[in-house]
Design a protein around this ligand. Structure first.
Ligand SMILES: C[S@@+](CC[C@H](N)C(=O)[O-])C[C@H]1O[C@@H](n2cnc3c(N)ncnc32)[C@H](O)[C@@H]1O
Length: 219
């Protein structure tokens, strides 16, 4: 298994104009790489922060069964409109994972909404309520704890996360790895070098030109 890969950051598929200012998708090629590595045709693939549906669309195109949860109504409707398995995208709150019915899942690929240490807006309400970094990490731990019951023994849970440069560096990727390790077994990281997508602050957009795929499985 490679632990350092280089991929183009630019997504292959366009999204509608109304979403383009908030385009925080990971590219299809990353999801394709992970699905190839960790699943077989017919397996189920879940994204609990589905965003614009990259994980679900790639999974479906590779004959896997896609599932997802997305809090933002517009994004979840965009996914529903374009996915064949329309009932498999839930417009809902991942913090309430217990309320949703999923079969056993064979692979989870997701990227949580990011938070800087000094921010006071909660990413897990799409920045509509006050938040604190420690509470955000705590809630992420709660989410991955609830996810456990949907996992097979060899299901990988893969989180794409970056550290964040700003006035000070937020070690988000490392903090997420440490905290989520309390409820899932941390198997290691894949460093993804991103090329060819210039946000004006380094090719990736968070001050870095790489991010981490943190790979977990059941404890
Ligand atoms: C980094 S984006 C994911 C982008 C996705 N990987 C893609 O390629 O389109 C994180 C997503 O999590 C969603 N989100 C934030 N809080 C949530 C929650 N509590 N439950 C479900 N989704 C949530 C946001 O609306 C956002 O679309």
């Amino acid at each position: 298994m490679k632990t350092f890969i280089v991929l183009p950051k630019k997504p292959e598929e366009a999204i509608p104009q109304e979403f383009q200012d908030d385009d925080n998708r990971f590219p299809e090629c990353l999801v394709r790489f992970l699905i190839e590595e960790y699943t077989n045709p017919g397996d189920s693939v879940l994204d609990i922060f589905a965003g614009f549906g990259t994980t679900l669309f790639v999974a479906e195109s590779m004959d896997r069964v896609p599932y997802g949860i997305e809090l933002d109504l517009g994004r979840s409707e965009f996914i529903r409109k374009n996915l064949m398995a329309k009932d498999n995208i839930i417009h809902g709150d991942t913090r309430k994972l217990d309320d949703y019915a999923f079969p056993k899942i064979d692979l989870v690929v997701t990227s949580p909404p990011y938070m800087k240490h000094a921010s006071r807006q909660d990413p897990l309400t799409v920045y509509t309520t006050e938040g604190h970094y420690s509470k955000y990490l705590e809630e992420l731990v709660g989410i991955f704890h609830k996810l456990d019951k949907f996992l097979n023994p060899d299901t990988r849970v893969i989180l794409e996360v970056s550290n964040l440069k700003g006035d000070e560096i937020t070690t988000l990727a490392w903090d997420v790895a440490r905290e989520v390790s309390k409820v899932l077994h941390f198997e290691g990281e894949i460093v993804v070098g991103w090329e060819g997508f210039d946000h004006g602050e380094g090719v990736y957009g968070y001050g870095y030109d790489h991010s981490y795929c943190l790979v977990f499985r059941k404890l």
